[in-house]
Design a protein around this ligand. Structure first.
Ligand code: IMP
Ligand code: MG
Length: 190
């Protein structure tokens, strides 16, 4: 459709993004994580709980490398920030559709930064009688971590303290559809 609005149709080649992980690198690593989970959860009732929206791409790829009978569910949370710093307050915007009692849960996140969102989420899920709760994150930024006790069980890549987008991760809602991970080099222009 002709809209008359000048649109750049090549967001994937945005000059203000520097590639950190290519599609190929991501695919290889996610396959490894799926195999690891498959080995670890033999004979167990597994449910992957994706944290919307950021985890959707990782979740979709990861589950296709888990060769086990399993279920998926999703939660959406709002994490409150005081300026740019997470306060650790989390509001559940969308809850699970089924109980997790006696199931083995893996919470699937896009990225862990301060760790406060996930700490709070694990506290909440911890009251619901799951047999076990583990964490899988595609990216981990250990440097800004506030809760140093948070144990990450499955991690795609550890990254430096840089703002990244793509593969589900956004800046102001954009770039979740990028098939690679890019560092935002100029937040004003991107
Ligand atoms: P925290 O661990 O509570 O600080 O919050 C993690 C959340 O902050 C993630 O689920 C993302 O939504 C967001 N976030 C943190 N770092 C980045 C980034 O580099 N790019 C995009 N979103 C990020
Ligand atoms: Mg998130």
């Amino acid at each position: 459709m002709e809209t008359g609005i000048a649109m750049d149709h090549t967001e994937f080649k945005n000059p203000y993004l520097r590639t950190m992980f290519t599609e190929q690198q991501i695919a290889e690593r996610v396959e490894e994580l799926g195999k690891q989970i498959t080995a670890d959860y033999q004979g167990k009732r597994l449910v992957l709980v994706g944290v919307l929206k950021g985890s959707c791409v990782f979740m979709a790829d990861l589950m296709r490398h888990i060769d086990l009978p399993m279920e998926i569910d999703f939660m959406a949370v709002a994490s409150y920030k005081d300026g740019t710093v997470s306060t650790g307050d989390v509001e559940i915007l969308k809850d699970l559709t089924k109980p997790i009692r006696d199931k083995n849960v893996i919470v699937v996140e896009d990225i862990i930064d301060t760790g406060l969102t996930l700490t709070r989420l694990v506290d909440i899920l911890g009251t619901r009688g799951a047999k076990s709760i583990k964490l899988a994150t595609f990216l981990d930024k250990p440097e800004p971590r506030i809760n140093k006790e948070l144990k990450v069980d499955y991690c795609g890549f550890e990254i430096p303290n840089e703002f990244v987008v793509g593969y589900g991760l956004d800046v102001a809602g954009r770039f979740r559809n990028l098939p690679f991970i890019g560092v935002v080099t100029d937040p004003e222009k991107v």
